[in-house]
Design a protein around this ligand. Structure first.
Ligand code: UD1
Ligand code: MG
Length: 453
């Protein structure tokens, strides 16, 4: 990677009224991460350590979203929306700090990829003063057209200002730009607003650069990169594209996904090679899965770590703090929250483990649960290595069951069980010979009497 310094100016002053939402547009999530944070991640991995965020109202929440992924962020308020060049100049102080490269990107384009930004910066390093990231849409109407000659970009004509001939140009402005830091302000300050919309167009810097003998060029980037989100329909479309990219990247990295279109990842899902994902799995944020694990169908995972060769599901729910060691097994209709499950331990059916530590090789029977909450406080359940918890037992926390201890089925355990002990916490069984016959006769008589009434 280049050693050149880089500032990214993220324009996010748009109102986003078409989202019809109380939440600012750029804070709507894609794969669990706000749109604007996706943009910040992309510029950060393109080597831009510093970000100047241009916001309208409600800037604090937008800043926090960006700061969650990149720490060096300055916020600049654009009080009136007078155009994209005016928006960039709201970050004048940041640009004036002096950078080799300035990237200008839009805060509502979550699918922008690092590769496109890298390519633009490489052109600056090769000697260009202005680099435009262009694309070829199916329908160019509405976009600024790129006017090139001999590999040089002469001008960008905004759609409303194009002649009939220029309207036919298919190569369009994606909106993102890279500028040499030492001439950026000089060019931006020359932008006027004598155009069809009466706005200060960022795109005018191309003609201005040409006028003072500087070099502007365009590169072509994939269409997906520039998709901006304006409505919830576009939000869902972008989510779909993001998920497809992620599924493909996962499979190419060695993860088997049997029905890729039914598996939904979060922005930070980490999965090692030789993991198998069955159909219909949803990942919330914060999941990591080690090699060889299998996630069976219809499972929901969030904030969980799955150790090597562990098995999860079908129909399992792993909530934040679920931590499965090597070869652990979580079966169907099991919910795990803030609980460590030791190596080879099994929780095979219909259990709830909350705030627990389960030792290696322990076996938690069907329907056994931890009672971790009294309506006010949470408490810990500790289960020793090799312990056996009989089916349908309730472990009332705080409580511990020792190593290799045995809890009889149906027990309610309220006192600690020592190592190797056997604990019963249930009523004694009573047998009354022949009593079922009498019971049946009595009930039949009761029913008959009721009918006769
Ligand atoms: C812009 C480009 C156009 C390009 C298109 C691609 C300009 C003048 N035109 O047009 O060539 O084809 O993007 O989508 O740059 N913004 C502010 N403050 C403002 C104005 C805009 O923050 O005063 C932000 C918006 O929130 C948005 C971005 O800048 O994120 C782009 O603005 P928008 O009005 O969508 O520009 P377009 O007309 O689409
Ligand atoms: Mg736009």
């Amino acid at each position: 990677m280049t050693s050149r310094t880089c500032l990214s100016v993220i324009l996010a002053a748009g109102e986003g009224t078409r989202m019809k939402s109380a939440l600012p547009k750029v804070l709507h999530p894609i794969a669990g991460l706000p749109i604007v944070a996706h943009v910040a991640k992309a510029v950060h991995s393109a080597g831009s350590g510093d970000i100047a965020l241009v916001v309208g109202r409600e800037g604090d929440a937008v800043r926090d979203a960006v700061k969650s992924v990149v720490s060096n962020v300055t916020v600049h308020e654009q009080k009136e929306r007078l155009g994209t060049a005016h928006a960039v100049l709201a970050a004048r102080d940041a640009i004036a700090r002096g950078y080799d490269d300035i990237l200008v990107v839009f805060g509502d384009t979550p699918l922008i990829e690092t590769a496109a930004l890298d390519q633009a910066r490489a052109k600056l390093e090769d000697g260009a003063d202005v680099v435009i990231m262009g694309f070829r849409p199916e329908n160019p109407a509405g976009y600024g057209r790129l006017i090139e000659e001999n590999g040089k970009l002469l001008a960008i004509r905004e759609d409303k200002d194009t002649s009939d001939d220029e309207k036919k140009i298919g190569f369009c402005n994606g909106g993102f730009m890279a500028l040499r830091g030492d001439s950026a302000l000089q060019l931006l300050d020359k932008v006027g607003n004598a155009n069809a919309k009466g706005e200060y167009y960022l795109t005018d810097v191309v003609e201005i650069a040409n006028g003072v003998g500087k070099l502007a060029v365009a590169i072509e980037i994939p269409v997906e990169n520039i998709i901006g989100i304006n409505t919830r329909v576009e939000l869902a479309e972008a989510e779909a594209i993001w998920q497809n990219r992620k599924r493909r990247a996962m499979m190419l990295a060695g993860v088997s996904i049997q029905a890729p279109e039914t598996v939904f990842f979060a922005y930070d899902t980490l999965i090692e090679s030789d993991v198998v994902l069955e159909p219909n799995i949803v990942f919330g944020p914060g999941v990591s899965i080690a090699t060889g694990a299998v996630i069976h169908a219809f499972s929901h995972l969030e904030g969980a770590h799955i150790g090597p060769r562990a098995m999860v599901g079908p129909f399992a729910r792993l909530r934040p703090g679920a931590d499965l060691a090597v070869n652990a097994k979580i079966g169907n209709f099991v919910e795990v929250k803030n609980a460590k499950v030791g190596a080879g331990a099994k929780v095979s059916h219909l259990s709830y483990l909350g705030d627990a530590i389960v030792g290696a090789g322990a076996n938690i029977g069907a329907g056994a649960i931890t009672c971790n909450y009294d309506g006010y406080n949470k408490a810990l359940t500790q289960i020793g290595a090799g312990a056996f918890i009989g089916s349908n037992s309730s472990l009332v926390a705080p409580v511990s069951v020792g190593d290799n201890a045995y809890v009889a089925s149906g027990s309610v355990i309220t006192q600690n069980v020592p190592d190797d002990a056997l604990a019963f916490g249930r009523a004694h069984q009573v047998i009354k010979e022949g009593r079922a016959v009498l019971l049946r006769e009595r009930y039949a008589a009761q029913k008959k009497a009721k009918k006769a009434e």
